[in-house]
Design a protein around this ligand. Structure first.
Ligand SMILES: Cc1cc2nc3c(=O)[nH]c(=O)nc-3n(C[C@H](O)[C@H](O)[C@H](O)COP(=O)(O)OP(=O)(O)OC[C@H]3O[C@@H](n4cnc5c(N)ncnc54)[C@H](O)[C@@H]3O)c2cc1C
Length: 381
């Protein structure tokens, strides 16, 4: 249990601030949500970030997709995603109320489609696995899919419905979290933390996304994703309302419609660290998008950009105390899932700080599962 020392002084060492109970490094969705939840539990919280919301969340599509993203061999991660997604409705409601912001949270669900017979065969293998886990994937005939979304191409051979896979707009989520955290008493400081030893607090939470590797030695690596943003002509709404995830001639693509008229088209998955947007990626994403929803060819192409997912060797987040450092918690490595995992991560980490007892859900995601890598990289750099 964290106890407060009322005589402590100095937020960042040698600084003019009162020492907080909790210092969070990183003001992305994960760090801000943890800060908000800690403040709600009565803790004094400071968040350090020179550029809040500038990490992966700025690029992210915001799909809340524990079903569509249940991949072979990742059952523990799937359980975490499912548990967090179940918290999203209440979390969204509470956050909207606390911040006064519209999060762009939408619950129409997700259509999973295959363009060709080969695409459909590949997709069906995954759906069978997901159904075997008891996840709600409902195969649908092409006519049923087009009844739901008339804009789907006539060529689409078939698909399924993942009705419980929802979406939120990460570019609205982060400012909302910032507003809620600030209203709850959290202090944001524009500090780039270079060493953990520079931070003075009862507990330090490293929620710095890809920046966590340099601070902790944890094996978090950037996994590049290129995305495009299209806009419906004439400031109208997009011509479809579900998230559409598809296989189109072997390309995987997702299309995420926003109320603003925007459609996010993503994404590449590349083991690269450069922020370049390539012609080839734009070509493949656009071709797949237009193959599935032909009308998108008439949309404005308003943005192309690349972001870095904080990836880990097992694709799962790193949550809990660093080996040998009960006062330093990692909350990083959320890879493709940081938006869906925001509510649960925040609750589990805030509860751990307050009670000192890790929830059993955290066990598979403890930092010490990478102890060998961590030893060879060193820590507190
Ligand atoms: C193309 C793409 C699509 C995605 N789509 C989805 C999706 O549909 N659904 C989903 O759930 N997830 C998605 N993700 C993943 C999601 O964006 C990330 O998992 C999530 O943003 C991680 O949140 P975070 O707060 O840990 O890190 P980030 O969002 O990366 O934020 C990290 C913050 O830490 C700060 N920081 C870094 N180092 C330091 C330091 N030393 N000192 C102080 N501050 C520091 C940065 O400035 C930044 O503000 C996607 C990601 C990409 C790239």
């Amino acid at each position: 249990m964290l106890t407060r020392d009322p005589s402590s002084t100095g937020g960042v060492k040698k600084g003019p601030f009162l020492a907080p109970d909790v210092a969070v490094v990183g003001a992305g969705p994960i760090g801000l949500a943890i800060a908000w939840r800690c403040a709600a539990r009565g803790l004094r919280v400071v968040v350090h970030d020179p550029d809040p919301g500038s990490g992966a969340s700025h690029v992210a599509a915001g799909m809340l997709a524990p079903v569509a993203e249940a991949y072979f061999g990742e059952q523990e991660l799937t359980r975490l995603l499912t548990e967090s997604a179940a918290r999203w409705p209440a979390f969204a409601e509470e956050l909207a109320e606390a911040s006064g912001a519209d999060l762009g949270y939408r619950t129409e669900g997700t259509l999973l489609v295959g363009l060709t017979a080969d695409d459909l065969a590949e997709a069906r293998r995954l759906w069978a696995y997901q159904q075997g886990l008891g996840l709600p994937v409902t195969p649908s005939r092409p006519s049923e899919l087009r009844d739901r979304e008339p804009a789907l191409a006539p060529r689409v051979r078939g698909g399924a419905v993942a009705a419980t896979d929802h979406q939120v707009d990460p570019r609205r989520l982060v400012p909302a979290l910032r507003a809620a955290a600030t209203a709850a008493g959290v202090t944001l400081l524009p500090t780039l933390v270079e060493r953990l030893s520079d931070v003075d607090a009862g507990v330090t939470v490293v929620a710095a996304g890809c920046g966590a590797a340099a601070l902790t030695g944890m094996p978090v690596r950037p996994v590049k994703g290129q995305v495009l943003r299209l806009r419906a002509p004439g400031a109208g709404a997009p011509c479809f309302r579900h998230v559409i995830r598809g296989y189109a001639d072997g390309e995987h693509v997702y299309l995420v419609p926003r109320d603003s008229g925007e459609v996010v088209v993503g994404a590449t998955v590349e083991e690269r660290t450069d922020p370049t947007v390539t012609a080839g990626a734009v070509l493949r994403l656009l071709r797949a998008a237009v193959d599935l929803v032909p009308e998108l060819a008439e949309y404005d192409l308003v943005e192309t950009l690349a972001g870095m997912r904080p990836g880990t060797p097992d694709n799962a987040p790193i949550l809990g105390p660093l080996p040998g450092r009960a006062d330093v918690l990692a909350a990083t490595g959320h890879h493709r899932h940081g938006i869906v995992l925001t509510p649960l991560t925040a609750d589990l980490i805030a509860d751990l700080i307050v009670t000192g007892t890790p929830d059993p859900l955290l066990a598979p995601f403890a930092p010490d599962r990478f102890a060998a890598e961590e030893d060879s990289h060193g820590r507190d750099r």
